[in-house]
Design a protein around this ligand. Structure first.
Ligand code: PRP
Ligand code: URA
Length: 210
């Protein structure tokens, strides 16, 4: 596996991914699990945030301590399913700005079609984490990353829950500078480009549309 891919093997993340995959998990539970896993993953994704030393006056004295410094963060969910990951990330990073990219896969061509893009005005000064639970062919994430780069953003990470090997290869090829963070890697896709075994259609399971 390429060095740009980080698979989180924390037991809590793995346990919740198993529940998420279960076809008997209902919409309410699915939504809660996506949010919880996103928060746990966000904790790891932000592990290397730079710190600077500051002095803080406590009730008893002066503490030399650390606060986060460097680039501010932005998160960009890919609509629809990426929306399910926003709350979990914002509970860790309440000051992060949120952009949105609307894409759907054309069921015939399986190519991503853009229908919405709104990023923070200062996106180019931020580190951007793209959110999408599923990385299947990688077409949607690759297109989203391309739009974000076209707005001048230099630092981008991709956070997904389940990544299929073809999607990982596509991102590595199109965007070798982008690190991929995921909770599971699945081998393959079926004829409709669904991840096997995956978890089904993430958007439908999140929003109860099927
Ligand atoms: C899903 C998923 C990703 C995309 C992954 O969205 O949330 O965005 O498919 O597939 P890919 O890697 O082959 O591009 P979908 O197109 O089903 O739209 P939705 O979220 O609106 O349901
Ligand atoms: N989109 C999904 O929601 N699930 C998949 O398995 C592939 C693409």
């Amino acid at each position: 596996m390429n060095n740009n891919v980080f698979v989180f093997d924390h037991p809590l993340i793995q346990h919740k991914i198993s529940l998420l995959r279960d076809k008997n998990t209902n919409t309410k539970e699915f939504r809660e699990l996506v949010s919880e896993i996103s928060m746990l993953m966000g904790y790891e994704v932000t592990r290397n945030m730079p710190l600077k030393e500051v002095e803080i006056e406590t009730p008893v004295g002066i503490a030399k301590t650390k606060v986060i410094s460097g680039k501010k963060l932005g998160i960009v969910p890919i609509l629809r399913a990426g929306l399910g990951m926003v709350d979990g990330m914002l509970s860790l990073l309440p000051m992060a700005k949120v952009g949105h990219i609307g894409l759907y896969r054309d069921p015939e061509t399986l190519e991503p079609v853009e229908y919405y893009c709104k990023l923070p005005v200062d996106a180019h000064e931020r580190e951007i984490v793209v959110l999408d639970p599923m990385l299947a062919t990688g077409g949607s994430a690759s297109a989203a990353i391309k739009f974000i780069k076209e707005r001048g953003v230099k630092s981008i990470k991709l956070m997904c829950l389940i990544a299929a090997k073809p999607g990982i290869e596509r991102i590595n090829k199109d965007h070798p500078d982008v690190e991929i963070y995921c909770a599971a890697v699945d081998e393959t896709l079926n004829d409709h480009a669904y991840i096997v075994p995956g978890l089904g259609d993430a958007g439908d399971r999140l929003f109860g549309t099927k």
